[in-house]
Every structure is written in C-alpha cells, then in structure tokens.
Design a protein around this ligand. Structure first.
Ligand SMILES: [Zn+2]
Length: 461
C-alpha cells in the first residue's frame, strides 16, 4: 500500500497511472496494513524478542448448576403398587427436560424459518412477537447464536431461551392464557486491579506478559498519547503502573473496564493521570492537578496516514510545476478514508473551492481554523453545524487540482498559516472550578491506591 501510494505521488504528471491506482482494489490491503501498522506502533521493539512464553491462563472454578431432575422414588410403598403407576411417575417428572433442542442460527436464517424447522405453528411465533419490547431482540438474531427450545409431548412450543449476550438472557414460556417473556440480567460486579510493568521490550509485549489486555494497553496509549510518542520515544527501562476496573459475572472475570489512574515514566519524566466523572456523568482523564490530558487539536486528521508533502513556503507545485507555497500538509491515503475534525468547532464552509476541490473549513473559537481539501465526499455536517473533535467531516479523494487521492490539511492561527505538524496546541479545558472539590474527593483515593501499588512493586523488586 505504501509502495502504491508513494507512486501516486511521484507520478504527478501521469494522471492515467494515478487513476488506475486509485481504482485498484486497495481496501482489504489497507485494512491489513493499517492493523499491521497499529501493531508495529505499539510493539516497537528494542531487540528481537524470544518467542513469548505463553501466559499461564487463569483457572477459575466455575460452578455450573444443572437443573435437578427429581429421581422417581421407588420406595417400598411403590414396589407394592403395580409397575404401570411407577412408570407414569417417571414420565411425568422428566417430561419438561426431555424435549429440548438447541438451534444454532445459520446465515440467512429467519426466526420464522427456525420456528418452521422446530415444527411450531406460525401463529405461535406471531403471538410471541406480540409480547412487546422484550422480544424485539429476536428480530436481531445473528448467525452462530443459539436458541434453546423446549416442547411438550404434543410437539407444541413450551419455552424459548435466548442468551443475548454474556449479561442478558430472554426467556419466553407458555402460560395458562398464552405466552410471557422475561429478560434476565446477570449482575455485573466491578472490582479494581493493579499492574506495574517495566518495559524491557515494548509496551505491547511487556504489557501482555503482565497479563494486561490489548484493550487496556490501547487505552493507556490513547491517554498518554498526547504527551508521549509511543511509536518513537519509548525506551528500555520506561515503566508504568495502572489501576483499572475489572468486571465479573458469576465470579468469572469477563473483561477489563476503564483505567482509573495511571503513571507512565518515559525517559525519566513522570506522567500521571486519573479518571474523573463530572456532575454531568462525562468521564475524562486529567493530571492529578486537574489539567486535561487532551489537547484541543489532534495532530493529524487521518489515522495512520503517511505525510506525502510537508508544509513548505517554497515548494514547486506538482501540477502547476512552479514555485507555490504549500501552506499545509498532504497525507496520502486511499480514496474514501475518513477525515476527522481535529478539534471541536463549527463548519464555516462546505463546498467547492477551485484547486482545493471539495473543501470543509472549520472554525475553532476566535483564534483557530482548519481546512480539509480534495475530498471525494462530505461527511454529514453541513455549513453552520457544530462538530466534535474526531467526528468524520469528509472522505479522502482527489477533487480539484490533485493527481492522486490525498488530504490537504491547513491549520491557521489568527488567520496565518502554521505548520500543523509543529504548531503548539493548547491543552483542552481543565476541571471546571465548581467541580474541583468533587474532583479531589473522587480522585485522591485512586491516586493513593496507585501510589501504594508502586510502593509494593518497589518492595518486591
Ligand atoms: Zn497540499
């Protein structure tokens, strides 16, 4: 992909080549290479490691409750009775559990098809679907999911159990008057866990060795990513300590929740963060003194794109072939790649603008504006709409004066073009004044727990 896109941008004078390149099916390659790049970034290594020793999996005791089938009591009294009576008793006590079947949903299979296969009447399904909101999930069954049915001796529907996800289960059963549906939710318990990791190899490798999930490692990289360059600046000897949520169902760990507090030491510099949920229920990461971990602008409007042309006030224009300032940065990317608003703002222009082709201009407060050019199509935000940082405002293309698909991105401060790759961004809003007391109260226990984890780890070393 990199090879192809670099060709697009070198062969500026051959529009035929660019067209052909643009039309070739690159998307699966892009997906794979994007993923590979992601892995490469977080697993940047100091040396080639030995094959990772497989992490001993956690064995937990899971108690499975098997529904009890009452055994027919063959007492002395029963023995005295005729055999037929005993046999009837066996049958009547086991009938409910005998006629059960599990159906695994196959691609393209509808609920009515499944009911048909189970020999249940269409009116049964119709009546069940009239039970209201709870049964609506049945409209969204997916291949691979399971439906547990039971029927009575006459082959008629008796019950349906559908495990929607790890937490929710839908039960439909017959009543004396018809059917009833109930949604059963297992309680999710939340606990906290800690980890302390010294990086010998890479953030990803050493994190995994310490039993930290991919999701949590990615979250860590996202939180500190504004301050630490995880692709280039991680060194052997860097370390981090985490306090994070873990979620349990029936005593079994199902997944990690959010990072609650963290410290990262990068080349001797200490960075700390803590999660704070404000009075409106919004969660954000701050430094312990209440400054935001985020910046008001993302450095780049596209994920994992390569810079194909830098900010240069004396560049020879590839199409016009004469010196013309390049007042932005070009990112080579496949046509259709999403372009993100780099900051919260308002759409002040959306339309065609000469050589820029399809353009969106955002205004961010009084001081800043950003421009995104050569789009193949616009996002859903119209002129005058407000947009949030990270929302898709358009898609990469080659409209206007461009030979291959790329994004031309400009950043202006008080109307003056600045290099988007080097300009200093202001930090996002700190904790609101009226929330400071709440912030201290909520975050100090988390920070003390983080400190204790560090101390324990130091003692162990
Ligand atoms: Zn450009």
């Amino acid at each position: 992909m990199i090879h192809r896109t670099s060709q697009i941008h070198r062969d500026y004078k051959d529009p035929l080549i660019s067209t052909r390149m643009a039309k070739s099916k690159l998307s699966p390659v892009l997906i794979i290479s994007t993923f590979a790049l992601l892995v490469a970034i977080i697993s940047f290594k100091f040396y080639t490691p030995a094959e990772p020793a497989s992490k001993p999996s956690e064995h937990r005791l899971i108690t499975i409750k098997i529904p009890e089938i009452p055994e027919p009591t063959i007492s002395k009294q029963n023995l005295d009775k005729p055999i037929a009576t005993v046999a009837t008793k066996i049958q009547s006590s086991t009938v409910a559990t005998l006629n059960t079947s599990t159906h695994t949903v196959k691609p393209g299979e509808s609920l009515s098809k499944i009911f048909q296969l189970q020999n249940f009447s269409p009116s049964t399904l119709y009546k069940i679907m009239q039970l209201g909101k709870a049964v609506n999930v049945l409209k969204n069954i997916k291949p691979g999911q399971q439906l547990n049915f039971s029927n009575n001796d006459a082959g008629e529907f008796s019950s349906l159990k559908y495990q929607i996800d790890r937490i929710k289960t839908l039960n439909v059963s017959t009543t004396t008057t018809g059917f009833k549906a109930s949604l059963i939710e297992k309680p999710v318990e939340t606990a906290t866990d800690t980890a302390s990791v010294k990086i010998n190899n890479s953030l990803y490798y050493d994190g995994k060795q310490a039993g930290i999930s991919d999701k949590t490692i990615m979250e860590l990289a996202n939180i500190f990513g504004w301050d630490i360059d995880f692709a280039l600046n991680i060194r052997q000897g860097d370390s981090f300590t985490l306090l994070y949520e873990t979620k349990f169902i029936d005593g079994e760990r199902i997944e990690n929740g959010h990072i609650l507090a963290a410290e990262f030491i990068n080349r001797g510099t200490k960075y700390q963060t803590v999660r704070f949920v404000n009075n409106k229920g919004n969660a954000e990461y701050f430094s312990p003194d209440g400054k935001s971990m985020r910046k008001t602008f993302l450095r780049t409007p596209i994920d994992f794109a390569r810079v194909s042309s830098h900010f240069n006030l004396r560049r020879k224009h590839p199409v016009l072939n004469r010196i013309r300032a390049h007042k932005g940065v070009d990112y080579a990317a496949v046509s259709g790649t999403a372009i993100k608003a780099t900051g919260d703002g308002k759409v002040v222009f959306r339309g065609r603008k000469g050589g820029y082709g399809r353009v969106v201009i955002l205004k961010h407060g009084q001081k800043y504006s950003t421009l995104y050019a050569h789009m193949s199509k616009y996002g859903r935000y119209r002129n005058g709409s407000t947009v949030k940082q990270g929302q898709t405002i358009g898609y990469v293309g080659k409209s206007g004066l461009a030979t291959g698909p790329h994004l031309h991105y400009e950043f202006r401060v008080n109307g003056v073009h600045r290099n988007p790759l080097t300009v200093r961004f202001p930090a996002a809003r700190p904790v609101a004044r009226n929330q400071l007391a709440n912030f201290k109260q909520q975050t100090s226990p988390l920070l003390s727990q983080l400190e204790r984890t560090k101390q324990t780890q130091l003692a162990l070393n």
